[in-house]
Design a protein around this ligand. Structure first.
Ligand code: IPM
Ligand code: MG
Length: 358
């Protein structure tokens, strides 16, 4: 089959890790007889420098015309003085919005070979962690009204959710829980926020009417932050708002050993999704060939699974990555105390390509 993929490499380490994922997809295409056609589009700081805006219309049109989008990362200190919609992050938020990608799947799993890189106590790490954060991605405080007082001495951001927005992402989370361990934890701040109380009511109503077989519980976000460190094996699927999901998914990444390992899929109503590593642009290590390409390679696997319905090919990539880790290969971001030497980003990519050839 033939698939058109829009590449949005962005800034910092984005182009390096997207380049690695492209090579992996090409290899998988050769092996399984698929044709992946790639077109690259500017976004983020790179687009600001070249075109004076973070999300040019050509990028929006190209992504809308594609079968799926692969994004690297956006942002960096060079553009930190910019404000509001002129910032590089506007590219990411704008693409999520125009593509209608309201569900963000962020799986976090301890690979057995990396148990020693987990920051938790060994007895807790040994219990294993395999959770999926389902983050609402096109609403909440990220997209609410905001402003700065004229004198610059006050500012506000607003969190707004409709029941319909909550219900559609919750449905995705319930579906995922059904296919996994049958347990969904809805995370909110219902003891303070009105949006959270609506969130909780809406999720429960949906659970009672359509998913009585899924075990549903609630947790306040502060308690959830604690539980993730105390014993993350409690969680199976988490569903939460845009901002809480942003924070909890970075926390969860550290449990797995490195943020350089965590992939994500952003999905809407059509098969077209956007796939990106959850790490940022890491400008401090850009161009040094240190960045771990695994999170982006695993994001490519998610693209095959969720957008193209190529589950076998996705498994093939995921297995190659875990085999390489099982063999003991590490990049610098993976904090295994026993590692004696580290691979560069391109060496790690080569190891994975070799594994795919075996
Ligand atoms: C993420 C990132 C983005 C977000 C930033 C870069 C705007 O942190 O994808 O988690 O907050 O959503
Ligand atoms: Mg984040």
């Amino acid at each position: 089959m033939k698939f058109n993929i829009a590449l949005v490499p962005g800034d910092g380490i984005g182009p390096e890790v997207v380049g690695a994922a492209v090579e992996v997809l090409e290899k998988v295409g050769e092996k399984f007889g698929h044709e992946f056609c790639f077109t690259t589009y500017p976004a983020g700081g790179a687009a600001i420098d070249q075109f004076g805006e973070p999300l040019p219309q050509t990028t929006i049109d190209g992504c809308l015309a594609s079968d799926s989008v692969m994004l690297g990362a956006v942002g960096g200190p060079k553009w930190d003085h910019l404000s509001g919609d002129t910032r590089p992050e506007k590219a990411l938020l704008g693409l999520r919005k125009v593509l209608g990608l309201y569900t963000n799947l962020r799986p976090a799993k301890i690979q057995p070979a990396l148990a020693d890189a987990c920051v938790l106590r060994p007895d807790i790490a040994a219990k294993g962690v395999d959770l999926l954060i389902v983050r609402e991605l096109t609403g909440g405080i990220y997209f609410g009204e905001r402003g700065l007082d004229e004198d610059g001495q006050g500012a506000f951001d607003t969190e707004r959710y409709s029941a319909a927005e909550i219900e559609r992402v919750a449905r995705r989370a319930f579906d995922a829980a059904r296919k996994r361990g049958g347990h969904l934890t809805s995370i909110d701040k219902a003891n303070v926020l009105e949006t959270s109380r609506l969130w909780r009511r809406t999720v429960h109503k949906l659970g009672e009417t359509e998913y009585p077989d899924v075990r549903l519980d609630d947790m306040l976000v502060d308690n959830a932050a604690m539980q993730l460190i105390r014993d993350p094996s409690f969680f199976d699927v988490i569903v939460t708002s845009n901002m809480f999901g942003d924070i909890l998914s970075d926390e969860a990444s550290q449990i797995t050993g490195s943020i350089g390992l965590l992939a994500s899929a952003s999905l809407g109503e059509t098969a077209r999704g956007m796939y990106e590593p959850i790490h940022g642009s890491a400008p401090d290590i850009a161009g040094k060939d240190i960045a771990n390409p695994i999170a982006t390679i695993l994001s490519a696997a998610m693209m095959l699974r969720y957008s193209f319905d190529l589950g076998e090919e996705a498994d093939f990539i995921e297995k190659a990555v875990s085999d390489v880790l099982d063999e003991g290969w590490r990049t610098k971001d993976i904090k295994s105390p026993d590692a004696e030497s580290w691979l560069s980003g391109s060496e790690m990519k080569e190891k994975i390509l070799e594994q795919l050839d075996k």
